[in-house]
Design a binder for this molecule. Structure first.
Ligand code: FAD
Length: 336
């Protein structure tokens, strides 16, 4: 376990804001968690961090940042058709996805190249290109900060939904994810349900997992900035889900609006709403809206937390006033 005081969070998150935290505690063994939580002292807010690819911190963060650095992957059961694979929270998500696919354990391929850690994946139920982590999560092991004990949650306990889970609601701030168990398949059946992915392979014969991952990686980075080049947190806003009536009214007013049916309404492409308000490619001081994808806010270097927050608020206000839709943030703020 390593403890740092008054330390810049710049290397700990993908937005490149020069925030400073009172304390950062890096944990590399689950056995260190009790000690780490005691060291945190309980007086200041405690935030659990993976790679910080979905997080923003106020410029001065008076709190403790607990960084999960635990590593390891193991098979815990295999019935010949499916395999249960457990990965420690600090494992790199992209590395884990590729490792599993190379081993012949399939089901994660569409989620390749999402930046971050395994431990964060169930928190927002990471998703992309027609798949989400919930499709293959069997269970999630956590350290309960209230009882200071380990426990296991089934996938159904996790209440997964679109970029959502129990870890954002009833268990918010209460648990450290220590490992995640995935149920993967020995046979590969490509998921081509996402339109752009289906189109890529429309005239191809049988495709293999490496081919699918390479295509998805290319597709992803053609639209998103690499955080090492331009600070960002991926999609800054969620795609809003509106009622069917609201979707129909939008379609009448804007025939070209991208709408996707869901169980209880329609998902609207937030990037399209933002673009219609004239924000795509717009720069405000040191931050702005990425020119190739209006859902992504970027830091051109030197942006403060308030710069980003003001930009996000201005976008939200414009979308609400033009479409009557309130955008919800996907990126999380930690303010003290
Ligand atoms: C370029 C780019 C592209 C992206 N594309 C996608 C995408 O396609 N799909 C998608 O879903 N997301 C995407 N994201 C967002 C991000 O990659 C995911 O949210 C990812 O899961 C974040 O992982 P992390 O380890 O960086 O989590 P962090 O940002 O460190 O944390 C995210 C949340 O999880 C919590 N958390 C992290 N680790 C733990 C733990 N061990 N225990 C308990 N809580 C924990 C944190 O407290 C926080 O609430 C993208 C981000 C970037 C920068």
């Amino acid at each position: 376990m390593k403890i740092y005081h008054d330390i810049s969070l710049r290397p700990y998150h993908s937005f490149g804001i020069d925030a400073v935290a009172d304390r950062v505690i890096e944990v590399s063994e689950n056995d260190e968690l009790q000690q780490a939580v005691k060291a945190a002292g309980g007086e200041e807010p405690l935030v659990v961090l993976g790679r910080g690819c979905n997080m923003l911190f106020s410029d001065v963060f008076h709190g403790v940042v607990l960084v999960m650095r635990t590593r390891g992957v193991c098979v815990i059961a295999d019935d010949g058709d499916t395999v249960l694979v457990e990965a420690m929270a600090g494992e790199d998500w992209d590395g884990f996805v590729r490792y599993c696919s190379n081993k012949g354990w399939h089901g994660l391929e569409n989620l390749v190249a999402i930046p971050g850690t395994v431990g964060a994946a169930p928190v927002q139920n990471v998703g992309a290109y027609g798949s989400e982590a919930a499709d293959v999560i069997h269970s999630v092991n956590v350290f309960d900060l209230e009882t200071m004990t380990m426990r296991s949650l089934t996938a159904s306990d996790c209440c997964f939904a679109y970029r959502d889970s129990v870890f954002k609601h009833a268990l918010r701030g209460r648990c450290v994810v220590t490992s995640v168990v995935f149920r993967l398949s020995h046979s590969f059946s490509p998921n081509l349900s996402y339109k752009a992915v289906g189109e890529l392979f429309a005239n191809e014969g049988p495709i293999g997992p490496s081919q699918l991952m390479a295509a998805i990686g290319d597709l992803r980075w053609s639209k998103l900035p690499h955080p090492e080049v331009l600070g960002n947190a991926g999609s800054f806003f969620k795609n809003p889900i509106v009622s069917r009536e609201c979707g129909a009214a939008l379609r009448t007013a804007y025939p070209q609006v991208p709408l996707y049916p869901t169980a209880d309404g329609c998902k609207v492409a937030a990037g399209w709403l933002i673009e219609q308000c004239g924000w795509r490619g717009r720069r405000v001081g040191q931050c702005g809206v990425y020119e190739r994808q209006a859902l992504v806010l970027v830091n051109y270097g030197g942006a403060s937390f308030d710069d980003i927050r003001q930009l996000a608020d201005a976008i939200t206000a414009d979308v609400q006033s033009r479409f009557g839709i309130i955008l919800e943030r996907e990126a999380q703020y930690n303010i003290t």
